[in-house]
Design a protein around this ligand. Structure first.
Ligand SMILES: Nc1nc2c(c(=O)[nH]1)N[C@H]1C(S)=C(S)[C@@H](COP(=O)(O)O)O[C@H]1N2
Ligand SMILES: [Mo]
Length: 318
């Protein structure tokens, strides 16, 4: 059994993950000295390490929310992407996202908050400690990955904005700039890409704003410089390259819900019992594996999030 599993792992994967584990150990030791209060989003040019090429992030704390499952190799995480702003093919974001300029970057905050305004990425990150969260991710198309994100809870940022009592939802928008994002020259979706969360979902400690993966700054195809990660929901909720957050009383409509309301609902909770109209959601193919796995309710995060949906019919509110 164990031998068979080992044989399934390609040598390239072993190398990739061993390098990563080694380096994480170093960062964890080092982070013992980087006590709270120190600006942790210190970006360093990468030392020569094959395969990656981003900038490493120092002072990242590990998290008890992380799964211990085998990581999806960096190469797969960053070359099999959905990012329609760079084409609809899974391979094209990695090839085309070089035209995106993730620095300088500003996030506009509007709506029902005491502190609306333009927030520079540096200000959003200043004094914030970053965590590594290894999460299972599930795309509505049936594939899944295990990704070590680097980020911070979205709720920590929202608290700083002082939302008003009537802020019941948060809407997020991706950059609209067809020069940087050439896929926006075609109307495969309504641009800019829009997604939304209910306020309690946004404040949930599992919900992250990610700035990195595998200990490095996000590569463009993964949603640089700032993207949402909501591990109990289908991947399309995880909006990339965020430039705007609006706090609303009414439920916002995301790009996928607009394009096909019967296929993509607002909640998009991973639910193996609720089929997508054109396919079942009972199983998934973990990238790199051959045999399909059973998909778990809330992508395996039921214990943490099921209470948010008590009394709701999740086939109706899909
Ligand atoms: N702006 C934007 N965000 C997006 C998308 C997109 O096309 N544009 N695709 C979504 C979908 S369908 C998925 S599955 C995830 C994929 O994230 P990954 O490429 O980092 O795995 O990004 C989501 N966020
Ligand atoms: Mo997706």
């Amino acid at each position: 059994m164990i031998i068979k599993q080992m044989a399934d792992i390609r040598p390239s994967e072993i190398t990739d993950q061993q390098i990563y584990r080694e380096r994480r150990r170093f960062i964890r030791n080092a982070s013992g000295f980087l006590v709270a209060g120190m600006a942790s989003a210190v970006l360093h040019p990468r030392s020569a390490q094959a395969g990656h090429g981003g900038q490493s992030i120092e002072g990242v704390k590990s998290s008890s929310f992380s799964t211990k499952e085998k990581l999806t190799p960096y190469k797969d995480v960053t070359s099999y992407n959905n990012f329609y702003e760079f084409g609809t093919d899974k391979k094209s974001p990695a090839l085309q996202a070089g035209s995106l300029k993730p620095r300088p970057w500003t996030v506009v905050v509007e709506g029902a908050v005491s502190r609306p305004g333009n927030y520079f990425l540096e200000d959003i990150l200043k004094g914030r400690s970053l965590e590594e969260r290894i999460y299972r991710m599930r795309c509505v198309e049936g594939w899944s990955m295990v990704i070590p994100w680097v980020g911070f809870p979205l709720g920590d940022f929202i608290k700083r904005l002082e939302p008003a009592a009537n802020a019941r939802y948060v809407e997020f928008q991706t950059l609209f700039d067809p020069v940087q994002m050439p896929g926006q020259k075609r109307d495969v979706l309504e641009w800019p890409y829009v997604e939304g969360l209910r306020m309690d979902e946004a404040m949930h400690p599992l919900t992250l704003l990610a700035v990195g993966l595998y200990g490095e700054v996000l590569p463009n195809q993964s949603g640089a410089p700032l993207r949402l990660v909501v591990p109990w929901k289908y991947g399309f909720k995880g909006i990339k390259s965020i430039v705007k957050m609006r706090f609303l009383e009414q439920q916002p409509r995301g790009s996928w819900t607009r394009s096909a309301p019967h296929e993509y609902g607002f909640y998009a909770n991973v639910n193996p019992q609720a089929s997508h109209p054109r396919w079942s959601q009972r199983r998934e193919r973990r990238i790199g594996e051959f045999r399909k796995r059973k998909t778990l309710m809330f992508n395996g995060y039921a214990e943490q999030v099921a209470h948010l949906y008590q009394g709701m019919d999740l086939k109706n509110f899909f």
